[in-house]
Design a protein around this ligand. Sequence first.
Ligand SMILES: *Cc1c(COP(=O)(O)O)cnc(C)c1O
Length: 457
Amino acid sequence: MTLRELPAVSRLLEHPTTARLLARVNRDLVVDACRSVLDDLRAAVRNGQPVDPAALEIDAIVGRVEARVTASRDSRLQRVVNATGTVLHTNLGRALLPQAAVDAVVTAATHPVTLEYDLARGERGRRDQGVEELLVALTGAEAATVVNNNAAAVLLALNTLANGRDVVVSRGELIEIGGAFRIPEIMARSGAVLREVGTTNRTHPADYEAAISDRTALLLKVHTSNYRIVGFVADVKLPELVALGRTRGIPVMEDLGSGALVDLSGFGLPQEPVVADRVARGADLVTFSGDKVLGGPQAGLIVGKASHVAKLRANPLHRALRCDKLTIAALEATLRLYRQSPDIVRDIPALRACARPLAEIEATATAAVEALRRAFGPEFRLSIERDTSQIGSGALPTEEIPTAVIVVQHDELSATRLAERFRQATPPIIGRIKSDRFLLDVRTIWDPADLVPHWTD
Ligand SMILES: *Cc1c(COP(=O)(O)O)cnc(C)c1O
């Protein structure tokens, strides 16, 4: 068969298989698939690759067209099973939303809502009003607002309060967190001028004091979310920085990163700074994420002095960085749980996973191993071990919480190959490799059946 004998697109479109496809998807998509399948065949023939003559038959060609169209209908954003042991896994979408937040998202997605509408007055309202009321009640701050994520919150605050002026930061807090968020770079983009003080391991009040001039707009403290310096270290605590700021008439802002709304040590977890506590200690502005330990949607929350929040709101960047209605709906519902729920650990999945008792994790692991034994042949070897999970998203990086893992081993498959096989399941199961062994961490698994891979090939 020669290239010239390949059927034309118009002939492919008349084939019964393509006719069936056209009832389900639009014509452009089918035409594109026909062209790309024909292009591939032509390229293969031209490059002298061995091409099975049967593959050039029209039935085979439309079969490939159908497969291509079907594959392109599958979303890139797929549901997966998180058995990594990292509860708030940034690459897997961080916090799972509370049911109340899911319901609020569905309502906001399918009905008109009072996003910027004041029902009492029948006129325009503020988008962040409901969220502000709740944040004020939960943190004791005078005012609050919300933008797309914490990176945006930091950018907005720096641009509003310090454009063209100095911001003093300790060298020990010039962090980079995942996804290329670097304090010096965000600072440069905001128009603020970085004045770094102290050293990597030690910074003293006198260092800040010496750096303050009439160009200083802000003293910034950054929570070193994802790393710890240990040993010969000193940093300036927030109250000292606030005292210094007050004396010199300079506001103090803290980028808290994760930012817990409640004291996590009450649930047997390591302590993470609590937003209300930072406000009480005098921070003029505090920024934190909505989808880290708070357990809500992606958002950047800003609480603090009413005069500063008003300036932030008046900055045109606030409009550019504003949240959509789905985020506002989910965030308000999540914050309402913190305010109203009798049992937030039960109602907020991120907290539930972080605070899950080891005995319960081990019980799920035992049930999952039984289910896996039923599904697998004897070439798979399974055992349960104790290990440690992480909260993730930069929260408490050095603190690991005890968990149970299922160790999966196979007579012929390496740990890397096993991890790949589990990723090929429907839905994909994402575990972790440690010391050359493939592990399924059960902390975030509630239904043992979720760990049984379904392979279609
Ligand atoms: C996570 C984090 C950020 C970025 O927050 P996003 O909500 O991911 O944009 C900024 N600063 C600190 C200290 C963080 O831990």
